[in-house]
Design a protein around this ligand. Structure first.
Ligand SMILES: Cc1cc2nc3c(=O)[nH]c(=O)nc-3n(C[C@H](O)[C@H](O)[C@H](O)COP(=O)(O)OP(=O)(O)OC[C@H]3O[C@@H](n4cnc5c(N)ncnc54)[C@H](O)[C@@H]3O)c2cc1C
Length: 387
């Protein structure tokens, strides 16, 4: 259910396992967050789950062409997360140590090397950076094209412009779904919906799913020789919630306002952009006064702890609905998407997965106010702090 990257790839994986699969999509494939993303693909996470999902997804992107004959345009450029204070350095070094324990070859880079390896960045500003060479980006529309191709060639039935409107159960087990085209019998269902997943859960008569939506903005500057791809690896300034990468000879950068209230929002917030533009000009001076080639705002999904939701759908009384599974990427559907989809498919097939330990990732980790019992992933955009 849901034809974004999570539902799309999950349907492909379920079909590969031999199931007869129907994908129900209210709009058209990729019409939600998945076609509007910036495409940043980072395995440098702040939790073990984030690292494992990132590593799994990067391996998937690398092997896509050989496996399916199509790919999502994954480019590995390496990703810097600069430090701007002594405290940042201590945090980064501690994080790198844990990431290495989890099998990620993240590194510490000294300030002079950060400057030498980031010619587009203003020199002398950082205290060094954490770095992972395998991080990179995908081309989000190309990713939609990739799973749409696999869906079509593998024989998944796709119903676009068809809304999921309810779940049919008998004795606590799924027996079908209600859609705007009528009822369809099935023995298992994977519910996705990105920023609209909470509404999907409500339609299913479930307990509230704590996955929300909020505005996120991306711009692409005009081309400039100082922004050539070989001068511009990916960078995430976590404290100000800005990240950037090369795009078409210019710089693509994304930003989220921590004071933004939750809710669907697609209008571009010029005031916030102007504030962030000043920060960007301080960090990458050639962007100052540079024209824009594109700008957009779209609703990004988020969870209160910035972690994915993977587990059984819980009915209003808290009991799991047998055969119904929930999958949400918590705003990281490019970097974790294939891993989340694979884990959701595994759960639907066998009730267990080896992609990531899902013991604590279910809907039941949130209390009735949306507070998670897990510590939030510290490497995330400054989404609304409240649920
Ligand atoms: C501007 C922006 C930039 C981003 N940048 C990045 C990035 O750089 N890196 C990264 O990792 N992530 C990024 N993200 C987040 C990423 O795009 C999402 O996490 C991911 O696309 C979520 O995938 P999804 O399939 O869960 O949701 P979606 O792509 O939103 O798909 C959900 C689908 O469900 C459908 N649906 C909803 N309700 C129903 C219903 N009742 N019946 C049937 N269908 C329904 C919708 O129409 C939609 O097509 C970004 C997001 C935005 C908006």
């Amino acid at each position: 259910m849901g034809g974004g990257t999570i539902g799309g790839w999950a349907a492909c994986f379920l079909r590969e396992a031999g199931l007869s699969v129907l994908l129900v999509e209210a709009g058209t494939l990729g019409c939600g967050a998945s076609s509007r993303a910036a495409g940043m693909v980072r395995a440098q996470g702040g939790t073990e789950a984030a690292v494992r999902l990132g590593v799994w997804s990067q391996a998937f992107y690398r092997g896509q062409r050989e496996r399916y004959g199509v790919d999502s345009g994954f480019v590995e450029t390496g990703y810097y997360m600069p430090c701007f204070s002594e405290a940042d350095v201590a945090t980064a070094r501690d994080r790198i140590a844990r990431q290495r324990e989890w099998g990620l070859a993240a590194e510490w880079v000294d300030p002079d090397d950060v400057d030498a390896r980031n010619p587009a960045m203003a020199p002398g500003r950082t205290w060094g950076a954490s770095y992972y060479a395998g991080d990179g980006w995908v081309d989000p529309p190309r990713n939609v094209l990739a799973y749409a191709t696999v869906l079509a060639t593998s024989g998944v039935r796709v119903w676009e412009r068809t809304a999921f409107t309810g779940l049919v159960t008998a004795g606590g087990r799924v027996t079908g779904v209600e859609t705007s085209r009528g009822e369809v019998g099935c023995s298992s269902v994977v519910l996705t919906g990105g920023p609209r997943l909470a509404a999907v859960g409500a339609a299913a008569g479930a307990q509230r799913i704590w996955s929300g939506g909020t505005r996120h903005q991306v711009v692409v500057t005009a081309a400039h020789p100082g922004l050539a791809a070989d001068r511009l690896p990916m960078v995430f300034d976590v404290a100000s919630g800005i990240y950037w990468r090369p795009e078409d000879g210019g710089l693509l950068w994304g930003m989220s306002n921590p004071d933004e209230p939750p809710g669907e929002a697609v209008d571009f917030d010029q005031g916030y952009f102007a504030r962030m533009r000043a920060r960007m000009a301080a960090l990458v001076p050639v962007t100052a006064g540079l024209g824009l080639r594109r700008q957009w705002a779209a609703t990004i999904d988020y969870t209160p702890d910035h972690l994915p939701i993977l587990g059984p759908l819980l009915a209003a009384d808290g009991s799991p609905v047998a055969g119904a599974w929930v999958a949400a990427a918590g705003g990281h559907g490019m970097m974790w998407g294939p891993g989340v989809s694979r884990a959701a498919a595994d759960l639907a097939l066998a009730g267990t997965t080896e992609v990531v330990d899902v013991t604590d990732l279910g809907m039941d980790r949130f209390d009735s106010s949306g507070r998670s019992r897990l510590a939030a992933d510290p490497i995330a955009l400054p989404f609304p702090a409240q649920a």
